[in-house]
Design a protein around this ligand. Structure first.
Ligand code: IPE
Ligand code: IPE
Ligand code: MG
Length: 250
């Protein structure tokens, strides 16, 4: 249910058809900042407010899982300053938000190629993950130094190693077996994938898991994303007919 603060949506959402898993490509921070004559990092900072709003809104709407794309394996192509700022921002927010996340019942998981980030930040990730492990209001996944191709290649290596070690037969390599080697093992695939910032592409996000996600591309820069956008996105999702390859129903 939407909270009393949400602007009225065109029609009330159907509480029985709320997506279980929403994934968001949080794009447009840099353009948000440039359009205000600010440096790019100001956009990343402003994006933190939108993350807080998205978490609270998902929880209020009864969405069980929110997966946010925060840093891609390709984002290393940016300036050293910007990359350093994004790494620092992750560290800072993990330290600053841990207690509040725990209090609000948010379970946090951070996944991606975390071997490439600072050991102090990895320690904070472990701290927040263990502090929030009992959270049942919402599972918040943060994809950081994440790439869908990298994730699938890792899963292939894991399966190949099992075959090499005699624990697994080649014939046992199946879609479920591969899915169990992804960061999202055990979770349902995203039902709704939203990208802000106006671009209409996946940029290497959840390539395997998004096979049948409903895609929604919004013309709003991420720092401006609020509860109203999420309610409207769920409303649009509820108007779609998902077929998963089946025939159109009458
Ligand atoms: C998304 O905003 C945040 C990250 C990719 C880390 P951008 O920084 O890509 O913002 P634009 O797309 O340049 O506006
Ligand atoms: C995708 O945005 C990555 C994140 C939001 C973390 P990008 O800004 O990196 O994507 P491209 O470069 O426009 O495809
Ligand atoms: Mg971008």
């Amino acid at each position: 249910m939407a909270s009393r603060n949400s602007p009225p949506s065109p029609a009330p959402l159907d509480p029985l058809r709320v997506p279980s898993h929403v994934a968001i490509i949080m794009d447009g921070n840099g353009r948000w900042a440039s359009s205000r004559g600010l440096p790019r990092f100001a956009g990343h900072r402003a994006g933190v407010g939108a993350i807080r709003r998205a978490i609270a809104s998902c929880r209020d709407l009864g969405i069980r899982i929110l997966t946010l794309y925060a840093f891609s394996t390709e984002n290393w192509r940016r300036s050293t300053d910007e990359v350093g700022m994004l790494m620092g921002l992750l560290h800072e927010r993990l330290v600053a938000e841990a207690e509040e996340l725990q209090r609000s019942g948010i379970r946090v998981r951070i996944f991606g190629d975390l071997g490439a980030i600072a050991p102090e930040t990895r320690a904070q990730i472990e701290r927040v993950e263990s502090m929030t492990v009992e959270g049942h209001a919402l599972l918040l996944n943060i994809a950081f130094n994440y790439g869908g191709r990298d994730e699938i290649a890792r899963a292939a290596r894991t399966l190949a190693a099992r075959v090499r070690d005699g624990q697994f037969e080649v014939e046992q390599i199946s879609e479920p077996a591969l899915a169990e080697c992804l960061y999202t093992a055990g979770l349902p695939d995203p039902d709704l994938l939203i990208r802000t910032g106006g671009e209409q592409r996946l940029s290497n996000f959840l390539l395997w898991q998004a096979a049948y996600a409903e895609l929604l591309f919004l013309d709003v820069y991420w720092p401006d994303f609020d509860r109203h956008h999420l309610v409207a996105a769920v409303d649009e999702y509820q108007r779609r007919q998902r077929r998963f390859g089946g025939a159109t129903s009458a």
